[in-house]
Structures are given as structure tokens and as C-alpha cells.
Design a protein around this ligand. Structure first.
Ligand code: GLY
Length: 376
């Protein structure tokens, strides 16, 4: 870790404020960086809940740092994949934490991507009515999105993230070294959430990403750190303004997610389409639909699609080879948890590149007709 290059971003939430640190080599220094959250373990091992692959790649660095400070780790393995975010997974994890004697003043460490972060965060929100946790995100997507902001959840038969809580972590260490072992496809999927911050509210960042996409997805340290830190700064600002997504500000983070959710549902939330890939296509569709309504020019919609596709992400609906029509995709949207009691589904659309807004006047029939055109 080079302290001169470390970026520390504060998520300002009063008494629940916390730091997100972005740099290389953070896990090698975990005992120093997370010292306040380790103190309670002077006579007990530190519980670390880890994605199995993340543990394989990073446990040695963590254990070495803890050992230097006189701590020992005890590990809980979480199989990779959304299936781990289940009632059964939650029960097993909370039983393990209770058996370890974790108290309300302890912190549980979550090492892995969004699945582990969401599961551990939710477990910690209910364990003895709430204990602390530290996020150690190991994917680009979890570093720039899910580890920051306190959304935690499990999936149920009713859908993804249907049961959960807002529970903020006490610290997030976004160690860029963990991205070195991330498959390229996962790296690109995370990039979708990076470019989302440009499209939704930061035109300069969008322009910068257009010019630097190759360097970011190739994991060149400086551009990568700039992309991650800029994304987290944007998320921290939004979360500080609207922690519980009540004023409409945090909802802007859902740009691309309504169209994307329909595509994920149609492909069975499977490896056929990763969440980030669905968001990428969802943002292209949101941009094109915005152009269809006259909110932005066709040229700007094409520019958004080209910028997304330049990273290697899917940027055209026919790439998915779906055998459904627009109405079927709209039916999936009706089950979106953003659907309001009145039957309205708010859509995040664009007024410009770098300016998202929430439209409440979108007719689902128009969306179906638009999707039929895009599928052709
Ligand atoms: N991933 C969207 C949010 O954190 O609000």
C-alpha cells in the first residue's frame, strides 16, 4: 500500500458515517486499517465470512496481517453464486455467528463480491438486533456499488433482494489487488456500474471513461483507481443525501436496472447474463427509449451505446438471442420491486449524457412496442 495514493472517501451519515478506502495492498494492512473493529477480538478469533474463491486468493494476506497484530481468523465459506443469498444460507450463517459468541459490539468481516456482502450485511443487521460489519469487496461491481450504501438482502421465491435491511458497514476496504484475479467477464460486468455513474450524473466522468475504457478494464492501476474512487464518491454523495431511497435521489442509481431486471428474469438470473451485463443493456435501452421520447438526441443515445459496448459489454438486444417479445419483458417488469401500489413503474431515463431523471408517465404498452422494435 502506498499511503500517498490511497483514496479515502467518507460516507457522511452522522453517527453511522464510515470510510471507504481505495488502493492496492489494503488486505496486507487490514490489522492496521481495521484496528478499531478488531479490538474486541483480543481473546477470540476474528470471524471472516468469505466467498470460497476470494478466500483461496486472499486469505494468506489477511491472516499474515492479523497475525502480526496478534489476531487469528476463523473462516466461514460461502459458495459462489446468488443461491447462497437464501433463508437457509442466512440461518446457517447466523447460527455460526451465534455459536462463535459474536456480540453487538463485534464486527464481522465480509470478503467477496455482492453475494457475500449482502448476506453478511443482512445477517449482521439482525444478529442480536444488530452488530457491526466490515466490507472487503473483491469484485469491481461490489467495490463501486454493493459494498457501499448499506443495502443488504437475501433472495426469496418472490424474487431477488426481496427480504433485507438498510445496515451500513463500519468500513469498506476496496483493495484493487483483488481485481487481478477477477475473470475479464466479471471485470466488464463491474464496469457497467462504473459507466452508470457517468451517465446518471457526471458528464465529465462519462467523457473520461470514453477515452480511458481500455485502461480501466485492463486494470491499469491509476486509471482503475480513478474510476473506482470517482464511482464511490458519486455513490457516497447520493447515499448521504437519500440513505433509504425515499426522496428519489438514490433511485437514480437504478438507471438501467428496470430494463435490466426484465432481461435477467427472462434469462433465469443465470450465468447467461450477469447482473452488470443486464444493467449495461438496460442503460442502452433507457438511452434509446429516452431518445424515442425526445428527451435526448438519437446521436447521444448512440454515443451511450458505443461507450458501453467499447468495454466489451453487450450493447444490443439481439446479442442476447432471446425468443420472447416485448410484452413478455414488460410482464417481468410488473414484478419489479420498484412497481408502485398505484400500478405505476417509475423509469430512470436520460435528459442528457450525465443527467438521469425519473419518469413516472411511461406507458408500459409503449415500452413493449419499443422492445419489439429493439428485439427485431
Ligand atoms: N445498488 C443501488 C443502491 O445501492 O441504491
Amino acid at each position: 500500500m502506498d499511503m500517498n495514493r490511497s483514496e479515502t472517501i467518507r460516507v457522511e451519515l452522522g453517527g453511522r458515517s464510515y470510510d471507504v478506502i481505495v488502493d492496492e495492498g489494503l488486505l496486507d494492512q487490514i490489522a492496521i486499517l481495521a484496528e478499531p473493529f478488531l479490538k474486541s477480538y483480543s481473546a477470540r478469533p476474528v470471524p471472516i465470512v468469505a466467498d470460497v474463491n476470494a478466500r483461496e486468493h486472499h486469505s494468506a494476506r489477511i491472516e499474515a496481517s492479523l497475525a502480526r497484530a496478534g489476531y487469528e481468523a476463523v473462516w466461514y465459506d460461502v459458495p459462489s453464486g446468488e443461491a447462497s443469498k437464501s433463508w437457509a444460507g442466512l440461518e446457517e450463517l447466523t447460527n455460526w455467528l451465534l455459536a462463535l459468541g459474536v456480540t453487538r459490539s463485534d464486527h464481522v468481516f465480509a470478503l467477496g463480491g455482492g453475494v457475500v456482502g449482502d448476506l453478511v450485511g443482512f445477517a449482521c443487521s439482525i444478529l442480536k438486533r444488530g452488530c457491526g460489519f466490515v466490507q472487503l469487496p473483491t469484485t469491481l461491481l461490489s467495490q463501486v456499488d454493493s459494498s457501499v450504501g448499506g443495502k443488504t438482502a437475501i433472495n426469496t421465491s418472490a424474487g431477488k433482494n426481496m427480504i433485507g435491511a438498510f445496515h451500513q458497514p463500519s468500513l469498506v476496504l476496496a483493495d484493487m489487488d483483488t481485481l487481478a484475479t477477477l475473470p475479464d467477464r466479471e471485470m466488464r460486468a463491474g464496469y457497467a456500474e462504473v459507466i452508470k455513474y457517468g451517465l446518471l450524473g457526471d458528464r465529465d466522468f462519462f467523457d473520461w471513461l470514453e477515452a480511458n475504457v481500455g485502461a480501466v478494464v485492463a486494470r491499469e492501476a491509476k486509471p482503475l483507481q480513478h474510476a473506482i474512487a470517482t464511482s464511490i464518491r458519486a455513490k457516497a454523495r447520493i447515499v448521504a443525501e437519500d440513505e433509504r431511497e425515499t426522496s428519489g435521489v438514490r433511485a437514480l442509481l437504478n438507471l438501467g436496472h428496470t430494463f435490466g431486471h426484465a432481461l435477467e428474469a427472462e434469462t433465469g438470473f443465470s450465468n447467461r447474463l450477469l447482473h452488470g451485463e443486464a444493467v449495461a443493456l438496460g442503460m442502452v435501452l433507457a438511452a434509446k427509449f429516452s431518445a424515442r421520447r425526445g428527451d435526448i438526441s438519437g446521436q447521444d443515445a448512440s454515443r451511450a451505446a458505443i461507450a458501453i459496448g467499447a468495454s466489451g459489454l453487450p450493447a444490443q438486444l439481439p446479442d442476447l438471442d432471446l425468443s420472447c417479445n416485448g410484452s413478455r419483458l414488460v410482464d417481468h417488469m410488473r414484478h419489479d420491486k420498484k412497481m408502485e401500489g398505484s400500478g405505476t413503474l417509475p423509469f430512470l431515463l436520460l435528459k442528457g449524457l450525465g443527467e438521469a431523471y425519473m419518469a413516472r408517465d411511461v406507458e408500459l404498452n409503449d415500452v413493449a412496442a419499443f422492445l419489439d422494435e429493439e428485439l427485431a
